[in-house]
Design a protein around this ligand. Sequence first.
Ligand code: XMP
Length: 326
Amino acid sequence: NWTTGNILEEQVARIREQIGDARVICGLSGGVDSAVAAALVQRAVGDQLTCVFVDHGLLREGEAEQVERDFVAATGVKLYVANEQERFLSALAGVSDPETKRKIIGREFIRAFEEAELAIIAEAAAHGEKIKFLVQGTLYPDVVESGGGEGAANIKSHHNVGGLPEDLQFELVEPLRALFKDEVRAVGAQLGLPQEIVGRQPFPGPGLGIRIVGDVTKERLDLLRKADAIARAELTAAGLDNEVWQMPVVLLADVRSVGVMGDGRTYGHPIVLRPVSSEDAMTADWSRLPYDLLARISNRITNEVDGVNRVVLDVTSKPPGTIEWE
Ligand code: XMP
């Protein structure tokens, strides 16, 4: 009979035993799993841990700050931030095919993470130390299916197939291996992590890069971030976060339609709302959100986000639709 308290104590003791006095590194994606895994390891071995956050510029509004400011404040973790927004924008320039975007984002992520690792390895070496371990937020369902996961998935395959030179390979620390998602959230709350991180809905590793139908530019990302923040804030204000599994907000950047504003006509882009209910993301149904909530989201987005003159609701189940548009 596990309680959150003894899961935490038991994991902390195990991590200490595994790591000893060695140094350890952990990638943060902004998601729940990597945050809780890192916080557990920090609780166990303190400053022997260095976290790495690759900011690819494809996160939603406020999420980079949640990692860089709130997570650090809650845990005291030592954080290395790689500001790579420009790198991802130039690698994605002119690319609109979804799978090509995924490949590019995955590849650049691995490279950026590896560069950060090398910098940390060099810093440790200057103190006569070596990085011996890599933390991963693998959950029990990942172990069983060896399936998806959050943004950390690409770090995973990278290190497991041995992308790094032989002498730079790490032993894995996987403190969440026996846990389900709800247990991970409970442990995170117990560790004092902010609710915005612990309660976060699933979010794809390639981030907003696959929520812009069309090619990815800085302007389009900024526009989508605004629309997404409005939709999320209104969903939360309506108290419906727990009714909805996920609510992708998608920018149809290649589509324009005519609208009217004041005395003039506009020619702007549609925003798609894709709220779904689901158990495991394998199948999903569209969420029957209240009309007045939808109306508020629509009014606010069309009034507050320049370049958007229409909000549409996706009423497709999965299958045949997927949850994401790309
Ligand atoms: P689909 O769109 O296939 O999504 O119905 C199912 C779930 O997976 C997430 N998703 C991804 N997660 N990298 C990820 O880490 C990806 O490339 C990716 N594509 C989709 C999606 O948000 C949903 O939760």
